[in-house]
Design a protein around this ligand. Structure first.
Ligand code: SF4
Length: 697
């Protein structure tokens, strides 16, 4: 490997910031600015700057591990480990049927890995039981976007449009901590005279940047959106000609909104009527405006309806499918978007095709060289799959996820994982989940392999191999190739990412997420290509440029019109009562990422964010007699977590907040509620009822 800079992208969040990587003679890797990538223009957050620390073998697994007779994990050869996995998977299938095999993927896997994993589950194992942790990330927005627009792509426009719009309502997103380089777009919006409204129960660092901060009670932003739409109608601010020409279903949605009086919305949300009126004024006065949602509205048992309510607001005011206006979802995980486009999700085939669509099954089966009837149907969603471990599902292959920390009701999920007959985990470190496995396979990571990801903008990017992986590790693609061969499928699982991508192009051709016009050659020359991008070479035409902006002419529905979906407020799955009188909401901090499996191994990040905490209002702290830093216990119907108090007036007195990056005593997901949205099957991470207690030590 040469000591020259390789342009690539960060391994963590969906912003997929561009960076250069240069290997040094002492084995370290230097991250330098890559100013040519328009999304971050060289800026990186601390996670991106320190990402190479996880490449060091000091924190890595560099040998397969197998569970020995005395119950400990001991090093083994690759052949021993792979043979053991193949033997157990085959035995489970023989004894209990193919659906007793589960596959659980991750939103950080490249498109090629996600594609190969979906194909492996359906073709090699023959199981329907595959899903991924991206289900926890943005599936409610995906479901709402599909209902309204006929297509879900995180953002239907590039981030560079944000500074030129007139107003952005940012709902349940703390970008200042989750994607700091993206804040630049909002600063430029304000410099250009635009306004930023932030909807968040906490006065986060992002909310501090806002012109208007609305702080609804957790779980009530559906009512908030309905109240805003009510005022839009009452104030004569509906864009009647747009509604007439480009939408359907307005009357039902209008009636649902008119049933939510502003005063009633104030009682439900805690946001005052004057604040609601001001939000409507700021949103409606400029020519262009946007609504962007993130995990806040999405991770609720009514997440699909909540996002639908915000989309209705956009449609009624003519702010969708027009230049510099629209609704978008800020995807969280690095490849949360691409992961589900290409078959890792329980109900989807590559190209965003539906597993229940006979034509889609025929197309993909032909690319895979199998009988369409041999493809299983849709399986369980992520939490339901985890909940079935040890009962219906006896053996699990898990790739790039750490549900012991990141799943809701985590103590129960941990117990389900322990009850499996067999667990195999592919990871780069011994995560809390890998530590429970019967076999652990050490795999390559971002800078050591080539592959593509799809960012929150729908921009397909090439992550290039920049360094040689340590001895003893293999890529996930090699793992699937070897396991497929051991299970009798010799062909169809190449180990080179570009070869997998070439097949993915064919499998996605004609689908909603059409990647057939995207090639590694183009990705190496261009700063990403937006899907859909159909192939045109055969027709002798110029290459399709990709689709940076969706819906400008028509929406992706059969008649080209967007659909209003009538929605009404309903309470959260768990409301406070005498026993659990406080609401818990969870989220992230800037120096850690998701379950922390990687970032908790980086000294600099641990120094900045060493452990969990409970953020609470001074009034609640005074009631408990807790001072800053004192341990406090948060108790829900699912368990108890203890962490130091962090006292701030930036949170509502009826709410506490915990970040979810840590295992052990302070694990926030011990507490969270797995109540699922009926459409997206996304768990209600963002709100549950708890009590808070002082801890004497
Ligand atoms: Fe990486 Fe996201 Fe930080 Fe950018 S914002 S450097 S993509 S973690």
């Amino acid at each position: 490997m040469q000591n020259t800079a390789t342009p690539t992208h960060c391994p963590y969040c969906a912003l997929q910031c561009g960076m250069n990587l240069t290997p040094a003679a002492d084995g370290t890797v230097e991250v330098t600015e890559r100013a040519d990538f328009p999304v971050n223009r060289g800026a990186l957050c601390g996670k991106g700057r320190t990402a190479p620390a996880v490449l060091s073998s000091r924190v890595r697994l560099t040998s397969p591990l197998v569970r020995s007779g005395d119950g400990t994990l001991v090093p083994a050869t690759w052949d021993e480990a792979l043979d053991r996995i193949a033997r157990h998977l085959a035995r489970t299938r023989e004894e209990h049927g193919a659906d007793a095999l589960g596959v659980f993927g991750g939103g950080g896997l490249t498109n090629e890995k996600a594609y190969a994993l979906g194909k492996f589950a359906r073709v090699v194992l023959g199981t329907s039981q595959i899903d991924y942790n991206g289900r926890f990330c943005m599936s409610s927005a995906a479901a709402a976007g599909t209902k309204a627009f006929g297509l879900d792509r995180g953002l239907p426009f590039p981030l560079e449009d944000i500074p030129r719009t007139g107003c952005v309502i940012l709902v349940g997103s703390n970008l200042a901590e989750t994607m700091p380089p993206s804040l630049r777009f909002f600063s430029e919006l304000k410099e250009n005279g635009g306004t930023l409204i932030v909807v968040d129960p906490r006065r986060t660092k992002t909310a501090e940047q806002a012109d208007l901060h609305l702080a609804p009670r957790p779980g009530t932003d559906l009512a908030l959106a309905l109240g805003l739409l009510h005022l839009v109608v009452a104030g004569g601010r509906v864009d009647e000609s747009y509604v007439e020409e480009r939408t359907a279903g307005w009357e039902e949605a209008r009636a649902a909104a008119m049933a939510h009086w502003p005063e009633q919305v104030e009682r439900i949300t805690g946001v005052s009527v004057p604040e609601l009126r001001e939000a409507v004024r700021l949103f409606c006065e400029p020519e262009h405006a946007m609504v962007l949602t993130a995990r806040g509205p999405e991770q609720q048992a009514k997440g699909t309806d909540t996002v639908g309510a915000w989309i209705n607001l956009c449609l009624a005011t003519g702010r969708a499918g027009r230049p510099l206006s629209g609704y978008g979802c800020l995807t969280g995980q690095g490849n949360g978007q691409g992961g589900r486009e290409h078959g890792q999700k329980a109900d989807q085939l590559p190209g965003y095709r539906k597993l229940t669509d006979p034509a889609a099954r025929r197309h993909v089966a032909e690319v895979w060289g199998v009988d369409p009837d041999s493809l299983p149907g849709p399986g369980r969603s992520a939490y339901e799959l985890l909940d079935a471990l040890g009962t219906d599902i006896r053996s699990l292959l898990l790739m790039g996820s750490n549900p012991v920390v990141s799943a809701p009701r985590a103590a129960h999920v941990e117990q389900r994982l322990r009850s499996l007959d067999f667990l195999a985990v592919c990871d780069v470190v011994l995560s809390e989940t890998a530590a429970l496995a019967d076999v652990v396979l050490p795999v390559t990571q971002w800078a050591e392999e080539t592959g593509t990801t799809t960012s929150l903008e729908g921009r397909v990017l090439l992550r290039r191999r920049a360094i040689t992986p340590p001895d003893g590790v293999r890529s996930d693609l090699e793992v699937l190739h070897e396991l497929a061969a051991r299970l009798g499928v010799e062909k169809g699982f190449p180990t080179e990412a570009e070869e997998v991508f070439e097949e993915l192009r064919r499998a996605s051709a004609g689908g909603l997420a059409d990647y057939s016009g995207i090639t590694y050659r183009r990705l190496a020359q261009e700063n990403g290509v937006f899907w859909p991008c159909p192939a045109r070479e055969e027709a002798g035409e110029a290459e399709h440029p990709g689709t940076a902006r969706l819906f400008l002419d028509r929406f992706a529905t059969e008649d080209g019109r967007a659909r209003f979906v009538p929605v009404s407020h309903r309470p959260s799955a768990e409301e406070p009562d005498d026993e659990y009188p406080v609401l818990l909401t969870t989220g992230r901090v800037v120096a850690q990422y998701q379950s922390g499996a990687q970032t908790r191994r980086v000294d600099e990040l641990n120094a900045a964010a060493p452990g969990p905490f409970v953020e609470l209002h001074p009034r609640l702290a005074a009631r408990l007699g807790a001072a800053e830093g004192d341990p406090v216990a948060v108790v829900s119907r699912r368990g108890r977590a203890v962490a130091p108090a962090r006292i701030t007036t930036g949170i509502r007195p009826d709410t506490v907040f915990m970040p979810f990056h840590w295992p052990g005593e302070g694990r926030a997901n011990t507490l969270t509620n797995p109540a699922l949205d009926p459409t997206s099957r996304m768990p209600e991470f963002k709100v549950c009822a708890v009590r808070v207690e002082a801890v004497t030590r």
